[in-house]
Ligand binder design. Structure first.
Ligand code: PEP
Ligand code: MG
Length: 578
């Protein structure tokens, strides 16, 4: 940490989602970081607790009246219900009356519930346990806001969330239109919280050491997601810099918007299909998206993660129908449940694992819990209601897993036919390619796939044996590493020879420089977060695909570790913005 002036503090971090933000901090301290504290002002503490409860209720009501996804609504309704739980409230007041602060009382009461319920082998009660924990954390955050003396009694209009780490579900708990930025002590480029933040255009900075200890809720922050810096109580110079950035960003957006309705083709006429990645049927997100060719990746697990219990078939049908309605006839590639690792379902019992990223997750789990997969496939068949169906299976490590999953789909189609339901007019069954073991035998069985989508987020983590969620290793290797690009090149060529459509839906496809690298390898279909689409499109309109491909072919024969510098120089020489 470096002192810039008397009051302005500067923290260094890594920019995982670009952009600038200015707002008050809202520090989310984990439950474990609260130490017991005594107080002699019982009346005051009681009032603080009751105030925090009414502020939370007000916040929940306000969020519930806003434009939020259905899944988010259900989650907030549960919080509201628990807030009124008499037993919990009484226990907190009792602890305060024993001479403790409101924070300590909330913490201890929650701890006691966690201890008590944790011993009971009942799924329903265990579910309630995580609900209570969520609620306690929310109340503690409000108490912190009240304590900070910044008079944040009313909900701040906009905040920058500050936390040690954050799960995607935790983030979706908030009204995202109020989250202007996120600053984390941990974080990584491809963690799911980053992916959600990117989808909503929320700048995110990670790797800021001890940030929760340095910043208080209510502090004014400026997050510079360009240079990876966070300013606390920013000086006038920093504020001026922010204004200059905002003006240039506005100009860039105007420029990109001019290309909104143009055909996405390179200077030499190569048309590039541009898809968007979605995870929630969020009206606002789709309404603000620029024109797109398809939903290249719909992460079905996100609504599951927000639900308080396993969504049944009809609930799933409604969710998928909503996405299809948003896509207005364009293909939607539904990826079946990809849970596990950092995407956990609170209601599915999961044994703790040493290496969850390489553990019982995704297709491995849905093949073992076939009823889960069958219900999801049944819901998808019903949702498309006679229109084309696109299904994609994640984390396929060998062809056997793909064929077994595909057979399950065929069984569901047969059952639907027997029940007299309308069948999809076309069925396209594809696979994510995100585990290296699938690459080397690809030539022999590529014809089994109707399409392939390369998940570079996981492919990168498994090829380099570098956990995508671990800040110490996740940024260690470059996506433009020659070895990695050669693997991507091989996948593309193998699919092309077999006439199997192949696209990339990992985060790499939405980063301009990386997207140009993919185009140079011959990829003609990319799917990305909606926020990146116009930027990538603007860049590709300025490159000559054949020339770029020749350049990349030469680079891949050199001993460079990464082609980043060379590719940047090439694009600069050709006046392509990236
Ligand atoms: C990937 O792994 O690249 C991918 C698109 O899937 P996810 O990020 O959801 O794992
Ligand atoms: Mg993946």
């Amino acid at each position: 940490m470096e002192k810039v002036s008397l009051s302005c503090q500067k923290f260094d971090g890594i920019a995982f989602v670009e952009g600038f933000a200015k707002a008050q901090a809202l520090v989310l301290r984990p439950l474990e970081q609260y130490t017991p504290q005594r107080s002699n002002h019982q009346d005051q503490e009681r009032t603080r607790f009751l105030d925090a409860c009414s502020i939370l209720k007000e916040e929940l009501d306000l969020t519930l009246t806003g434009k939020i996804a259905d899944e988010q609504k259900a989650l907030l309704e549960t919080s509201k219900m628990l807030l009124l739980d008499r037993g919990w409230n009484r226990q907190i007041i009792q602890i305060i009356d024993q001479g403790y602060t409101a924070e300590t009382a909330v913490h201890q009461a929650t701890h006691q519930i966690v201890e008590r319920i944790g011993k009971i082998e009942d799924v329903y009660l265990r579910e309630r346990l995580s609900d209570f924990k969520d609620l306690a954390v929310r109340i503690l955050h409000i108490l912190e806001r009240l304590k900070s003396g910044k008079k944040l009694k009313v909900i701040p209009k906009q905040v920058i969330l500050v936390a040690q780490s954050l799960g995607p579900a935790e983030l979706l708990d908030y009204d995202l239109s109020k989250i202007k930025g996120i600053a984390l002590a941990e974080g990584s480029q491809t963690m799911h919280v980053t992916i959600v933040a990117r989808a909503y255009g929320i700048p995110l900075l990670g790797g800021i050491e001890n940030i929760c200890q340095q910043v208080q809720s209510g502090d004014l922050l400026i997050l510079d997601g360009q240079n990876g810096r966070l300013y606390q109580n920013p000086s006038d110079e920093v504020i001026d810099e922010l204004h200059r950035y905002q003006a240039s960003e506005h100009k860039r957006l105007l420029q990109e918007n001019k290309n909104k309705d143009n055909l996405a083709q390179t200077l030499d006429g190569q048309v590039i299909e541009l898809g968007i990645n979605l995870g929630l049927a969020d009206d606002l997100l789709v309404a603000n998206a620029p024109p797109f060719d398809k939903v290249g990746l719909y992460r079905t697990e996100l609504p599951f993660m927000l639900a308080k219990e396993l969504p049944n078939c009809s609930e799933q049908v409604r969710t998928y129908q909503k996405v299809l309605a948003h896509a207005k006839g364009r293909p939607v590639i539904f990826r079946t449940l990809d849970v596990g690792s950092d995407k956990v379902l609170p209601y599915v019992h999961h044994q703790p694992e040493e290496n969850p990223a390489m553990g019982w997750r995704s297709t491995r789990m849905t093949l073992d819990r076939r009823a889960l997969l069958r219900t999801q496939l049944r819901a998808l068949i019903r949702a498309v209601d006679g229109k084309p169906l696109w299904v994609m299976f994640p984390m396929i490590a060998d062809i056997g897993e793909f064929l077994a999953s595909k057979r399950t789909l065929e069984l569901e189609l047969k059952s639907a036919e027997k029940r007299g339901e309308t069948l999809p007019s076309e069925v396209h069954v594809g696979s994510m390619l995100e585990i290296p073991s699938l690459i080397f035998g690809l030539k022999n069985f590529v014809h089994y796939f109707d399409f392939i989508s390369v998940g570079t987020n996981d492919l990168m983590q498994f090829m380099f044996a570098a956990d995508r969620g671990n800040i110490n290793v996740s940024s260690r290797y470059d996506t433009l590493n020659v070895s990695f690009l050669m693997a991507l090149d091989y996948i593309q060529k193998t699919c092309r020879q077999a006439h199997v459509p192949c696209s990339v839906c990992g985060e790499m496809a939405g980063r301009t420089l990386e997207a140009m690298a993919l185009i140079s390898l011959g990829y003609t279909s990319l799917s990305m977060n909606p926020h990146s689409l116009l930027r990538v499109k603007t860049a590709l309109l300025g490159v000559n695909q054949e020339e770029l491909q020749n350049y990349m072919e030469r680079l891949l024969k050199t001993e460079h570790l990464s082609v980043r510098t060379q590719l940047m120089a090439y694009l600069r020489d050709h006046e392509v913005l990236f």
